[in-house]
Every structure is written in structure tokens, then in C-alpha cells.
Design a protein around this ligand. Structure first.
Ligand SMILES: [Fe+2]
Ligand SMILES: [Fe+2]
Length: 202
């Protein structure tokens, strides 16, 4: 079989759907490669900063890596702005949706809400923005983690002079994360907080 028999889903056979499932499994194996490609495309977006969105993403991941963060944190830092291309008004939720089946709940939540926390750094300069937007999350299990994520890795990573590692350095980590079993409770670890920083790496 090269293609399914149906033109409406309701007419599909068991054979059709088994065939599609096999295709889908093959397709999902390449998620990491597609995401790395999408990251490179971030290079074209959003001018005006001293570094590109791709540069900002890799710099965030580099800082996470140097801070001794674990793989979930590093990949979350690398992909936290990947939504900028297609979802400029909810880029944080977009990135979190991509990460959700494959990283710790803590990291997904932090990526999903980082937009609100980042306003602390610029909201007071602009009309219609609330620098205290993060306060709506006060009391949440991961509030302090998101505050630290933004302070250490996100808001700090716009420096063209910083010694940022190449994207290729992080590719095996992205591949490893997206090769995990989706929604594996051992990965998601609901409610678990792992510190952002560990033993510093050179
Ligand atoms: Fe962001
Ligand atoms: Fe960012």
C-alpha cells in the first residue's frame, strides 16, 4: 500500500489506519531535526535586537549548560522562543505545547508562562504592558523557577559579545529529548522541582 483507500476518514479501513500509524511513527522520529531547522529559521525573524532570535535561543541554552542545568532545562532554554515565527502573541504557549510530552512538567510550565514573567524587565517602559503580570502566577509551585529562568537565561541573553556555543553542540540533546516516550510519567514528574543550576561547566 502506498496510499490509503479513503477520501473521507469515516470510510477508512483497519488496514488504512494501521498503514497511517506506521507512517506517523516514522514521521515523529524526525521531530528533533525539524525543530532544529525551525530554530535556524528564527534567524530571519525580529530585527532590532543586537542578536537574532536564533542567537538569543542558543545563548540562553549555553548559559543553562554552563550553569550545570540538566538536559530538560537546556532544551527548554533552547526552544523557549521557537513560537516567535508562527505565534507572536502566545509564543510561550506554542513552545510549551511542543515540549510538553517530552520534558518535565516544571520546564513546560516555565516556558508556557515566561512571557508574563519577562514583562518585569520592560513593561514599565511601554503603555499597555504590565511589568507585574507575573504576579497572577504568584504562589504556583514553579513561580520561583520561572523567575530564575527569566533572570539567568532569558533576559540576560541578548549579548553579541557572549561566547555562545554552536547550535550543533545542542543537537544531540534535542534528539535525545524528542526520542523519549511521550508523556512518560518518569519524565514529566508532576510537581517535581529540579534546580536550574548545578555544578558549573566550563
Ligand atoms: Fe520569549
Ligand atoms: Fe527569550
Amino acid at each position: 500500500m502506498e496510499r490509503v483507500s479513503f477520501t473521507q476518514m469515516k470510510d477508512g479501513t483497519k488496514e488504512d489506519y494501521e498503514f497511517l500509524t506506521a507512517h506517523e511513527i516514522d514521521h515523529t522520529k524526525h521531530t528533533a531535526q525539524r525543530l532544529l531547522k525551525a530554530l535556524v529559521e528564527l534567524d530571519e525573524g525580529l530585527s532590532g535586537y543586537q542578536i537574532t532570535r536564533l542567537g538569543h535561543s542558543i545563548q540562553s541554552a549555553t548559559r543553562a549548560w554552563r550553569d550545570g542545568a540538566d538536559t530538560d532545562w537546556i532544551v527548554a532554554a533552547l526552544l523557549h522562543d521557537i513560537g516567535d515565527i508562527y505565534a507572536p502573541y502566545n509564543h510561550d504557549e506554542y513552545a510549551a505545547t511542543i515540549l510538553k510530552p517530552f520534558v518535565r512538567e516544571q520546564c513546560t510550565w516555565v516556558v508556557a508562562t515566561h512571557g508574563d514573567f519577562q514583562m518585569l524587565y520592560y513593561g514599565h517602559h511601554l503603555d499597555g504592558f504590565d511589568e507585574n503580570k507575573r504576579e497572577r502566577h504568584r504562589g504556583h509551585t514553579y513561580f520561583d523557577d520561572c523567575a530564575e529562568f527569566c533572570e539567568r537565561w532569558d533576559q540576560a541573553s541578548f549579548d553579541p559579545a557572549y561566547d555562545t556555543l554552536p547550535l550543533e553542540f545542542f543537537a544531540p540533546m534535542v534528539e535525545g529529548v524528542f526520542a523519549r516516550k511521550p508523556y512518560d510519567p518518569d519524565v514529566i514528574q508532576p510537581g517535581t522541582r529540579i534546580p536550574l543550576t548545578g555544578t558549573p561547566r566550563a
